[in-house]
Each structure stands twice: as C-alpha cells, then as structure tokens.
Design a protein around this ligand. Structure first.
Ligand SMILES: *Cc1c(COP(=O)(O)O)cnc(C)c1O
Length: 420
C-alpha cells in the first residue's frame, strides 16, 4: 500500500471501520443519533472542535515518545517533539504560566501527579469536601488520594451556598495541611484565589488550583486566573476548552522539574502524542476572539437557564452562576436528583443528578441536578435558546407531560445537530 491509497482521510477510515467491525460502527452511528436527538447538558461534557478531532485521528496516534522533547527514550521523535513544544508554549502563553506539562492523560492523572510532586504518603491535605462539590481525586476513600493522604474537607455555607473562607482558614490552622486544594466540580461561582493563597501562606502549605471547569473561562478572560496564585494549576482539556480528553499542569519554574518527573515516569509511561497534538490545536483555538465569544455566550446562556429554573421553583445554588455551570436544588419540587435526571432524560434533556451541600437525601438519591452549557453553546446556542431550555427543564421538573417538551427538544436538537 502506498501513502496515496492508505486510508488516511476520514471517510476512508470510516469505511475501513464499517468493513472491519460493523457492530462497533453501528454503535457509533447510534451514539451520533442519540446526540442529534437530545440536548447535551452534562456539566463536564463538551464537543471537541473538528480540528481537534482531526489531530486525534492523525498519525501521532501510533508514535511512542516516552520522556520529554529532546530527551526521548524512542527514536523518530522530531515532529512529535515540535508538536509537544508547541503545545507547551501555547499553554504557557494562554495561561501566562512559566511552565506547562501537557502529558497527563486525564485531569485526575494530572491531580495525582501534582500530589506526587508535592506530597509524601500520609501528608495532610485540605480540599473541598466531596459532599460539597469536591471531585473524587480530592480525598475519596475510593480514590488513590483518600488512601495515601490524610484529607480534610471544607465546604460551603448553608445560608448562601458560598465557600466559607473562614472555615477554610480555621481548618488550615487546625490541621496544618501540606497542601490546600482549591476548586471543585460543581461550584458555579468564581473562586477567590488570592484569599486561598493568603490562607496557604499562613500555614506554609502549597496551593493546588483544580481549574478543570474554570480553565476555559480563564482563557477567554471570563474568570479570574488561579495561575498567579497557585503553586500548581490543574486544567482539564476536554471541558470548556473543547480539546481532547486529558489534562495539563501549570506551575512556576521552581517546581517544573518535580512536576515533569511526577507525570513521567512516576505516574505515566509514554504520552499519547495524538492527544498532545490535539491539545496544541485546542490551546491555539482558545486564544482566538471566536473562542472568547463562545465562552461568553455559554456564560450568558447559563445565567438565562438558571433564571428559568429559579422561576420554576428549582432554586440554583448560590442564587445563580458566574460560569457555564448551574447546580440546582430539586428537593423543594418533591423530587430526588435521580428522579429529576430520569424525567429530564426522558424528555431528551441530558443532565446529571448531584448531591447538594447539606443534602438530606442519601448519595444514591441526591436532591440536586448539575448542568453545563458548554456543549449547547459549541453548537451555536446562546442566551435565548438556553433560556428556553431552562423553561423546558422547569416544565419537566414541575411534572408537565413529557411529550410536548420532548417534541420541542427534538426540534431544537435537530436544528443545531451536526454543528460544532
Ligand atoms: C473534570 C475534573 C476532574 C476529572 O477529570 P477526568 O479527566 O475525568 O479525570 C477532576 N477534578 C476536577 C476539578 C475536574 O473539573
């Protein structure tokens, strides 16, 4: 086979898949149809850009390039080296960070590498508690983090749902953590990074910013950056950034070596170089005015959606949002999060149940829902469409018949299907 007749184009590749594995090809078609027929509102999901998809399917998928540019364990790494150096430079520039590591395969891997770089087994760590919106990697007993380190959790105030910085300070003074983790997965407000830095300095702790959800906002100038304050910042590339599934780490020069050695070889082997290429593409796209417009549209849409939910009696936590995320309480509508998620899914509105702070329901039921507008905004939706989505959600949650809502959701989904 010559280069010319190798299955190098997307369509040839799809045909090869159909021929080799019709079962998987049909399931991928089914996934396409599922998405075209419903609205994707899961907080952590987004649509990678077409350029990112092309890089993911490109020839670097095959390349072994263990190590770092110029210091590889494998030969033939010249293009891969340049790709990784570009990804690093673009990450540094986009986030104004002295050093970047673009190899973590997921945000969780990036978090664990940050711990590996800064902590020893048994060290105390202060992080947002899981019940109040912390991620599993912030000390769940089911995760590496909760077994190897001594996690203590801070939370939000019951009256307004905002992070209680006084509690953070009190717990920091009490437990003297080696690191404080700022950030979570369902907190819809900006974080006060300077206040976290001050508390970390008071107890001589490292500050790790887990900006999985926030990084896209920061890139667009729609949220304050943790980078000037945190010792290490963790970014998810597949969320608002619209890149490939993965993570990256940002830090100052003094921690650069430790971070790099923690990612490889401590936590990972060879990086997925196609993912590194796709990260480079996403980082370049995130520096454009078009991306900033997209992010502001996602945030305006989330505000409209939160207002519509509030009008329907599903109170948004913290009273609203500064971001593309909305977390709402559905217990006052007589629903559990599980039932709310089921009803919304039946109407084609795909969102996630979640525990709310001080949740009276068990974790298997929960009293809340969490959603994000990144995917809908990536398809071109804005404030008016997402406001309508909020009204549709309100109707479903208030017990209206599903069918008319399902019909309107299908219409909206079809109108924007295939766009990204
Ligand atoms: C999304 C997210 C994670 C998990 O990311 P994965 O890539 O699924 O491992 C962890 N922490 C934070 C803060 C996140 O936003």
């Amino acid at each position: 086979m010559t280069v010319a007749d190798a299955p190098s184009t997307h369509w040839q590749a799809v045909e090869a898949l159909r021929a080799a594995d019709p079962l998987i090809a049909d399931l991928l078609t089914a996934e396409d149809e599922r998405r075209a027929d419903s609205l994707q509102l899961l907080a952590g999901e987004n649509l990678a850009t077409p350029a990112v998809l092309a890089a993911l399917a490109g020839p670097l998928v095959d390349k072994y390039a263990e190590g770092y540019p110029g210091r590889r364990h494998h030969t033939g790494c010249a293009p891969a080296d340049t790709v990784e150096l570009l990804a690093i430079d673009r990450a540094r520039e986009l986030f104004s960070a002295p050093h970047a590591n673009v190899q973590p395969r997921s945000a969780t891997s990036a978090v664990l590498a940050a711990y590996a770089a800064l902590l020893r087994p048994g060290d105390a760590v202060l992080a947002m508690s899981l019940e109040h919106g912390g991620h599993l990697s912030a000390g769940s007993r089911a995760n590496f983090s909760g077994r190897w380190f001594q996690f203590h959790g801070y939370g939000v105030r019951e009256e307004d749902g905002l992070i209680d910085l006084e509690q953070v300070r009190r717990l920091a003074l009490e437990h003297r953590p080696k690191a404080i983790v700022a950030g979570g997965i369902s907190y819809p407000r900006h974080l006060d990074w300077a206040a976290f830095r001050e508390i970390a300095d008071e107890v001589d702790a490292y500050l790790i910013a887990t900006a999985g959800q926030t990084a896209g906002l920061v890139a667009a100038g729609a949220a304050p950056s943790p980078v000037p304050y945190a010792d290490v910042t963790v970014v998810a590339t597949h969320k608002l950034l619209r890149g490939p599934r993965g993570g990256l780490l940002l830090c100052g020069d003094e921690l650069a070596d430790r971070i790099d050695r923690a990612v490889f070889p401590f936590c990972q082997g060879g990086a997925a170089m196609n993912e590194v290429a796709a990260k480079a593409v996403a980082l370049a796209q995130a520096a454009t005015p078009g991306f900033a417009e997209y992010v502001h549209r996602a945030v305006d849409g989330a505000r409209a959606l939160a207002a519509a939910l509030a009008a329907a009696g599903a109170a948004p936590l913290t009273g609203g949002t500064d971001t593309h995320l909305v977390t709402a309480e559905v217990g006052s509508l007589g629903l559990t999060g599980v039932e709310a998620e089921r009803r919304c899914a039946a109407a084609g509105l795909m969102l996630g149940r979640c525990a709310v702070p001080y949740d009276p329901a068990p974790p298997t039921e929960t009293s809340g829902i969490r959603l994000g507008t990144g995917g809908c905004a990536a398809q071109g939706m804005g404030e008016s469409e997402l406001g309508e989505v909020g009204e549709l959600l309100g109707r479903v949650l208030s017990g209206a018949a599903a069918e008319p809502v399902r019909a309107r959701v299908r219409e909206l989904a079809r109108a924007f299907a295939g766009r990204r």
